[in-house]
Write a new protein. Sequence first.
Lengths: 119, 108
Amino acid sequence: QVQLVQSGTEVKKPGASVKVSCKASGYSFTNYYLHWVRQAPGQGLEWMGRINPHTGDTNYAQKFQGRVTMTRDTSISTAYMELRSLRSDDTAVYYCATWEVVHNSLEYWGQGTLVTASS
Amino acid sequence: EIVLTQSPGTLSLSPGERATLSCRASQSVSSTYLTWYQQKPGQAPRLLMYAASSRATGIPDRFSGSGSGTDFTLTISKLEPEDFAVYYCQQYDTSSLTFGGGTKVEIK
């Protein structure tokens, strides 16, 4: 069965960087785009961007351009999302999710990683 | 960027009642690219409906979706206790996604 397992909770100081991992299993990693979505406490869902695990090509939401980098390591079926220059309003749960191209939807989701940016 | 506005923000209903959730887009969205998710507290979102009106695997038929252009609707015909959750619509356009702000369906 498809599983996306994310790395654990992170606590960072404002100005620091965080790198969240998303390990995929149960399917061919390079066949499906991986998206990153975040959710601030008590708030809605916010799309951050996506990576094509086959080519490494990325698309980022304009809001995060210059501050986010998405990468992957195909040898271990793992995707990464690095966010730099953290601010307090970056405190959120960060999710990875697979894109199902036939249904044009986010089909499988990781369990989420809580990132807290606080002094 | 296409903005999705969901209404109402909160829907207070009793089990067995019908729920009607709205998702309005700032410009026309192909129904092929309109998706609904359900999220319960402490959980990741779950795919509910894709292409505006197709149920995802395992979703019961009390859930239905409709709409086109800028107006889309998610209907739950008879609310079950497990349906009380937050629902988000999402659209896909030129390599980017946007989500609506969500509608919380709570027990009255």
